[in-house]
Structure formats: structure tokens, C-alpha cells
Design a protein around this ligand. Structure first.
Ligand SMILES: NC(=O)c1ccc[n+]([C@@H]2O[C@H](COP(=O)([O-])OP(=O)(O)OC[C@H]3O[C@@H](n4cnc5c(N)ncnc54)[C@H](OP(=O)(O)O)[C@@H]3O)[C@@H](O)[C@H]2O)c1
Length: 258
């Protein structure tokens, strides 16, 4: 792995935990992590697997190791058969020192609650899985989720109010939020003004076709300006860390490599 930006001092290994450190002292910080091809495809055959790579997976693991909670849309949980998170041993001491649970909880955003509650994601995570839903979600499914062991949190009526959902997570001490998509959830987060940072892996391939891009749904009429904070490369992939423009820039982690 090489760090292109900011220019690193010579002969220093990239320390991914340092490059991607959450900003110190921020009570809540919403980071998204997505992968796309050079022509912007975020899916290949309905999944992201075909466009990911070894280094991308490594960064994916580090971002999970740093997070309090992984926020993910039900569409992605269904498409990718989500499982509970696991944190590599090398990050466990740092998590304990930071007062974090041994591994990040997964928080699934769903209105329909049409999920397979018998999956390990709900029945056997190290930290209970959270389901963020609407106050008027189907009661039998809320009951099924709770019975399976999930913590159900209502935030908003009709659909999940994502600004409120972020508050609900932060109130529980889960302020370091990692959104793993999918594009519809991420589009809404950005539209709600709740996105602080985007970690984007650009895979060295073209896909064509009509795959989704990394954001879907609402049109961000004004455009959301991003500030490039760091850029790494390995195996032809580019790994960019962007901060959402405006006041966020000064709050971010150092981005130094170590
Ligand atoms: N390239 C990448 O980095 C990446 C990352 C993640 C996913 N993906 C791919 O993206 C695809 C899935 O993405 P997607 O955009 O279709 O799905 P998604 O954003 O993961 O999930 C959409 C679903 O989330 C729930 N949801 C989202 N916003 C909500 C709100 N405000 N209130 C209530 N529920 C809400 C709804 O679930 P209910 O229908 O249950 O109500 C909705 O149908 C898959 O192919 C996956 O492989 C790619």
C-alpha cells in the first residue's frame, strides 16, 4: 500500500488505522465506505463482490474495526447476506482502550422489516444487531426481530428519519458510524445532510451497463462538495478519503501515515 496524498515521509509504512482515524472529540461522525469501478458501477451482478479486491477488503476491515456501529440498508443485507462483524485481534486492545465494544454492532435500516430473522446476523452476533425502523412498521415483524435478539429502534413515521436515527445511535454511545450503503440509503443520508465523510475505493475496471452508482434516490440539487483528505493506492485501486465540504474539514483525523 502506498500513500499518494498527503505526501508521506519516505520509508514509512501506511498505518491504515491512523489514516482512517475518526476525528477526536466528535460526538457523532458518519462515514460511508463504498467501492465503485472507474466508470462508476457500484454493483456487478447485484453485488459488490465482483468489483472489490484484497486491499479494498483490508480497508473495509479496518473501517469496521474503528467504528462503533455499521449502518446498512436492508437491501444490502438481503443482497449480500450480511453476517455479524468480527474484529481482528490486532485492533481489540485499541477498541477496549477507546471504550468500544469488542466489535461494531450492525444497524439495519428497514421499513418493511422483511428480513430473515433466523440468520446469524440476528441470532448470534457478539453485539446485538439493531434494526432501525419506522414507528408504524408491521408489529408482527417488530416482534419477530425482538424475539430473534435484535434491538428495535423506531426513528420516524412512514420511513426512518435518518437524522433522528443518527441521534438515536449517538445517544447509545454509538457515535462513530460507518455506513456501508447501499446506494439508496447513502443517497438519503447525503440528502439529509448527515454524511460527514466518504471513503471510496475505485476499482481498476470498467463495467458498462446500468449498474447503480454509489448514491441513488434523491437528487442533490446543489451538489455536495467534497474535500480530498487522503489517497492511497495498491494493486491499481485508488482509496480516497473525502470529507464533506464546509466546516467538517478541520475536524477530521490527522491523515498522517505512520
Ligand atoms: N459498491 C458498494 O460499495 C456497495 C455497498 C453496499 C451495497 N451495494 C450493492 O447495492 C445494492 C443494494 O443497494 P440498494 O440501494 O438497493 O439498497 P439499500 O440502500 O442497501 O437498502 C434499501 C432498503 O433499505 C431500507 N431503507 C433505506 N432507507 C430507508 C428509510 N429512510 N426508511 C426505511 N427504510 C429505509 C428499505 O428497506 P425495506 O425494503 O426493508 O423497507 C430499502 O428498501 C446491492 O446490489 C449491493 O450489493 C454496493
Amino acid at each position: 500500500m502506498y500513500q499518494l496524498l498527503p505526501p508521506p515521509p519516505r520509508n514509512r509504512q501506511v498505518d491504515l488505522a491512523e489514516v482512517y482515524a475518526y476525528p477526536a472529540g466528535a460526538p457523532r461522525w458518519v462515514r460511508a465506505n463504498m467501492v465503485a469501478t472507474v466508470d462508476g458501477a457500484a454493483t456487478a451482478g447485484g453485488k459488490s463482490e465482483g468489483i472489490s479486491g484484497e486491499a479494498d477488503k483490508r480497508i473495509f476491515g479496518v473501517l469496521r474495526a474503528l467504528a462503533d456501529v455499521v449502518l446498512v440498508g436492508a437491501g444490502t443485507v438481503r443482497a449480500e447476506q450480511y453476517r455479524p462483524t468480527r474484529v481482528r485481534e490486532q485492533y481489540q486492545a485499541a477498541r477496549a482502550a477507546a471504550g468500544q465494544a469488542p466489535t461494531a454492532a450492525i444497524a439495519v435500516v428497514s421499513r418493511a422489516m422483511d428480513l430473515d430473522w433466523s440468520q446469524p446476523l440476528f441470532t448470534s452476533p457478539a453485539v446485538p444487531t439493531i434494526v432501525l425502523t419506522a414507528t408504524d412498521a408491521p408489529q408482527d415483524r417488530i416482534d419477530a426481530a425482538a424475539e430473534a435478539g435484535a434491538e428495535v429502534i423506531a426513528a420516524g413515521t412512514g420511513q426512518v428519519d435518518l437524522a433522528l436515527a443518527v441521534e438515536r445511535l449517538a445517544e447509545r454511545g454509538l457515535g462513530r458510524i460507518l455506513c456501508e450503503g447501499g446506494p439508496h440509503l447513502l443517497g438519503q443520508l447525503a440528502a439529509a445532510g448527515k454524511l460527514d465523510e466518504l471513503c471510496l475505493s475505485v476499482a481498476p475496471q470498467l463495467r458498462g451497463g446500468d449498474s447503480m452508482r454509489i448514491l441513488a434516490g434523491p437528487d442533490l440539487t446543489e451538489g455536495l462538495p467534497l474535500i480530498l483528505h487522503s489517497l492511497l493506492t495498491e494493486d491499481g485501486f485508488l482509496f480516497a478519503r473525502y470529507l464533506v465540504g464546509g466546516t467538517h474539514g478541520s475536524a477530521a483525523g490527522s491523515g498522517k501515515e505512520g
